[in-house]
Ligand binder design. Structure first.
Ligand code: NVA
Length: 307
C-alpha cells in the first residue's frame, strides 16, 4: 500500500521531523535527491485556484528528477463528467504520485483508497497540510525549535488552515492556540484528534473566541483570509464578525517581543492582516512561501522512497 498525505496527522511526530530535516537538506542542496529520475510523472490536479502550490510542486517535481503534469480539474470535470474513481484509475497508471487540490476531503480520501501511488492533499476545504509542513520548517529556521513554542492563529478558525495548524502543530509539540468568532470555530473532531496528539508530544491545544487569550506571549502568530476559496458568496457576511481577530500592530504587541508573523497567502491587507504587520520586520511570509518548495520535495521524497 502506498503512503498518502491527506491530513497533517498522517505523519507521526518522528516522521514529521524526518521530513523537516530532509526539507532543510534539500534547501541547502536542491538536487540532493532524485527519486523521480526517469523522469517519472507527477500529476498536479487543481479544482481550485492556485499560485504557490502549482509553482512549488512544478519546480519541486522537476528538481527531484521528474516531470510535473498539471491537470485542470475543472476542465476534466472530476466527479461530474467522470467519477473520482475512474479518474483515479486512469491517472494512477501513468504517474508516480498524484497531488490534488479539491473541495471535499471525502473526494481525496476516495482517491487515496483506490490509488496504487501516493496521493498528496494540496488543499481541501478541511486541511492544507503541505502549507503546514512549510510553516513548521520556517518556524524551526527562525526559532531553532518547535516543541514547546506557543503558536497563535487568529481569524477564520473553522477553515482548512486552522484545522491543519491544530493537527500539524500538535504533531510538532507546539502549544497551539486558535481564536475565532463564535460560529467560526474548528470541527470538534479535529480538536479532539489534535488533543490526543498533543498529549503524546507535550504540546497543547486551546480553542477560544478570545483573541487575547490566543495572542498573549505567543512565539508565532498566524492568520489567513476570512474568505476562503469557494466561500466568495459569503464575502459580505465574513467581514464584521472577524474584525476583532484582525492581526494589526496592537494585536501583535500582545505577542512575545520576538514573535514572528506568518500568513499562507494570498493576503488581504487591511482585512485579516495590517500592511505594517505583513510587510514589517517580524513577518516571515516570504520564507514561508519559499519553503513550500523544499518541504513538498521532502514530502514527495519521503513518500516515494518508502521511509
Ligand atoms: N483558507 C484559504 C487558504 C489559501 C491557501 C483558502 O482555502 O482559500
Amino acid at each position: 500500500m502506498p503512503r498518502h498525505f491527506l491530513r497533517d496527522d498522517d505523519l507521526t511526530p518522528d516522521e514529521l521531523v524526518t521530513v523537516l530535516d530532509l526539507a532543510d537538506e534539500l534547501k541547502a542542496d536542491r538536487f540532493a535527491r532524485r527519486p523521480l529520475a526517469g523522469p517519472r510523472g507527477v500529476a498536479l490536479i487543481f479544482d481550485k485556484p492556485t499560485l504557490r502550490t502549482q509553482l512549488s510542486f512544478s519546480v519541486g517535481v522537476s528538481e527531484l528528477g521528474g516531470q510535473p503534469i498539471t491537470v485542470d480539474g475543472r476542465l476534466a470535470g472530476i466527479g461530474e463528467r467522470e467519477s473520482v474513481a475512474d479518474v483515479t484509475r486512469v491517472i494512477s497508471r501513468q504517474v508516480a504520485a498524484i497531488v490534488w487540490r479539491t473541495h471535499g476531503q471525502d473526494r481525496i480520501e476516495l482517491m487515496a483508497g483506490l490509488s496504487p501511488v501516493p496521493v498528496v492533499n494540496a488543499l481541501t476545504d478541511s486541511f492544507h497540510p503541505c502549507q503546514i509542513l512549510a510553516d513548521l520548517q520556517t518556524i524551526r529556521e527562525h526559532k531553532k525549535q518547535l516543541a514547546g513554542l506557543t503558536f497563535a492563529y487568529l481569524g477564520d478558525a473553522a477553515n482548512n488552515m486552522a484545522n491543519s495548524y491544530l493537527l500539524g502543530g500538535a504533531t510538532a509539540g507546539l502549544h497551539v492556540r486558535v481564536a475565532g468568532p463564535p460560529g467560526y470555530l474548528p470541527d470538534p473532531a479535529v480538536v479532539s484528534a489534535a488533543e490526543r496528539t498533543a498529549a503524546a508530544t507535550g504540546g497543547s491545544v486551546l480553542v477560544t473566541d478570545d483573541p487575547h487569550a490566543a495572542l498573549d506571549g505567543a512565539d508565532v502568530v498566524a492568520t489567513d483570509t476570512w474568505v476562503s476559496m469557494g466561500q466568495e458568496d459569503e464575502k459580505d457576511d465574513r467581514q464584521a464578525p472577524f474584525v476583532p481577530y484582525a492581526l494589526d500592530a496592537a494585536a501583535l504587541d500582545r505577542a512575545d517581543a520576538n514573535a514572528i508573523v506568518m500568513h499562507c497567502l494570498p493576503a488581504y491587507r487591511g482585512s485579516e492582516i495590517a500592511a505594517e504587520v505583513i510587510d514589517g520586520p517580524r513577518s516571515v511570509v516570504w520564507d514561508e512561501a519559499e519553503n513550500r518548495l523544499h518541504a513538498q520535495k521532502a514530502l514527495l521524497a519521503f513518500l516515494l522512497e518508502g521511509h
